[in-house]
Design a protein around this ligand. Structure first.
Ligand SMILES: [Zn+2]
Length: 322
C-alpha cells in the first residue's frame, strides 16, 4: 500500500466519522426538541454515538466517554443545587438548565432550543422551561381548598374563569421553589411569561403560596410577604368586585411594597408590619420602583402599577384591565 492510499483511507474514515457525528447531533436535537424527557432522549443519542465508535476507533470512544462524563457532572450540579427535592424529577433534563439560569442572572440564556442544539453538549439544556411554567384549569383538589376562602359563597366569578398558574421562583435564599398562582384565565399567559422571565433573571420573591393557606386573609398573606393574585372580595362598602376578586390583580413581595394611604391625616399602611418600607426614597432590597424588573415586565404586558396611583400608593400591586 502506498502513502497516497493510506492518506485516502484516513480521509474516508474521517468523512464517515463526521457524517455519523452530524447525524447523531441532528437526531438528538430533533427528538429532544419538544419532548418532556430530554435526558432519556440524550441518553439514546449518546448510546448511538458510543456504539458507532466503539469498534476500533479509540478517538470516537474517547469522545463518547467525554460525553458521558459531562452529563453526569451536570446531574450532580442539579442535585446539589435544588432543595425543592419533592418537586423535581431528577431524571429529567429541564431542571438542569433551569437551575443554571437561575444561578446566573447575567446568563443570556434566552436563545432558542434550536440554537442550543447546535452547541454540542450544551444541548442537554435544550429544555423547555415551558414545562415548568404553565397554566391549567382549577383541579378538584385545589378547588376544594379554595372553598369558603378565596372562592367564597357569593363569588361572582366562575371556576372555569380561573386558572392555576404553576411557576418556579428564586426565594430570598437564592433557592429554586415552586409556586402556584390562581388568576383569571385572561392573564394566565401573561403571568406564565412574566414569572418565567423573573425566574431566569434570578429575581427574588419570598413566597408564592395559595392565599387559602392564610384562610384568604389578605393582611396575613401580605404580612408574611406572600405573592398572590385571586382572592374574591368586593371593594369596601360597594358591590363592585375588586380586581383581586376577578383574578386580574397580583401583589408582589407585599411586605416590602405596602399599600399606603393617608386617611383623615392618619397614615394607613397594609400590611401593618411594613411601616419601615413606606419611605420609597430609602434604599432597601426588594423595593419595586420603575427600575425594577417586575415593574418593567408587567408594564410590557399591559398592566398598570399601584405605585402610580394618585390618591393612594399600592407598590406591590399590578393589575390589567380586560
Ligand atoms: Zn393588590
Amino acid at each position: 500500500m502506498d502513502k497516497h492510499t493510506a492518506v485516502f483511507r484516513r480521509k474516508i474514515i474521517r468523512i464517515i466519522m463526521l457524517t455519523a457525528a452530524v447525524s447523531i447531533m441532528l437526531a438528538g436535537c430533533g427528538r429532544g426538541y419538544d419532548t418532556k424527557d430530554g435526558a432519556s432522549t440524550l441518553d439514546a443519542a449518546q448510546n448511538t454515538w458510543a456504539d458507532d465508535f466503539t469498534q476500533g476507533n479509540s478517538e470516537g470512544q474517547q469522545e463518547a466517554d467525554d460525553t458521558s462524563k459531562i452529563i453526569v457532572i451536570r446531574d450532580d450540579e442539579a442535585d446539589n443545587t435544588i432543595i425543592a427535592d419533592d418537586f423535581y424529577d431528577k431524571d429529567s433534563g429541564p431542571e438542569e438548565s433551569l437551575v443554571e439560569d437561575a444561578n446566573d442572572a447575567d446568563d443570556n440564556s434566552t436563545g432558542s432550543d434550536q440554537e442550543n442544539c447546535g452547541e454540542g453538549e450544551e444541548d442537554s439544556g435544550m429544555t423547555d422551561t415551558d414545562l415548568e411554567f404553565y397554566a391549567e384549569e382549577i383541579s378538584d383538589e385545589l378547588f376544594a381548598k379554595m372553598q369558603g376562602k378565596s372562592f367564597k359563597e357569593d363569588c361572582t366569578i366562575g371556576r372555569e374563569e380561573l386558572r392555576d398558574v404553576h411557576v418556579l421562583y428564586v426565594d430570598f435564599d437564592g433557592q429554586t421553589q415552586k409556586g402556584e398562582i390562581v388568576c383569571n384565565k385572561a392573564i394566565a399567559e401573561d403571568l406564565t411569561e412574566i414569572f418565567e422571565e423573573l425566574y431566569e433573571a434570578g429575581y427574588p420573591i419570598e413566597k408564592i403560596r395559595p392565599v387559602d393557606e392564610y384562610d384568604a386573609d389578605d393582611e396575613a398573606s401580605m404580612a408574611d410577604d406572600n405573592t398572590s393574585c385571586f382572592n374574591f372580595r368586593f371593594i369596601s362598602h360597594t358591590t363592585t368586585v375588586s380586581n383581586h376578586g376577578k383574578g386580574l390583580a397580583i401583589d408582589i413581595n407585599p411586605l416590602y411594597n405596602p399599600y399606603v394611604k393617608t386617611v383623615n391625616g392618619a397614615l394607613n399602611v397594609e400590611p401593618a408590619n411594613a411601616a419601615e418600607y413606606v419611605d420609597r426614597a430609602a434604599d432597601f432590597p426588594h423595593k419595586i420602583d420603575e427600575s425594577d424588573l417586575a415593574y418593567k415586565l408587567f408594564i410590557q404586558h399591559g398592566f398598570t402599577w399601584g405605585g402610580s396611583w394618585k390618591n393612594s400608593k399600592d407598590y406591590q400591586h399590578f393589575e390589567k384591565d380586560i
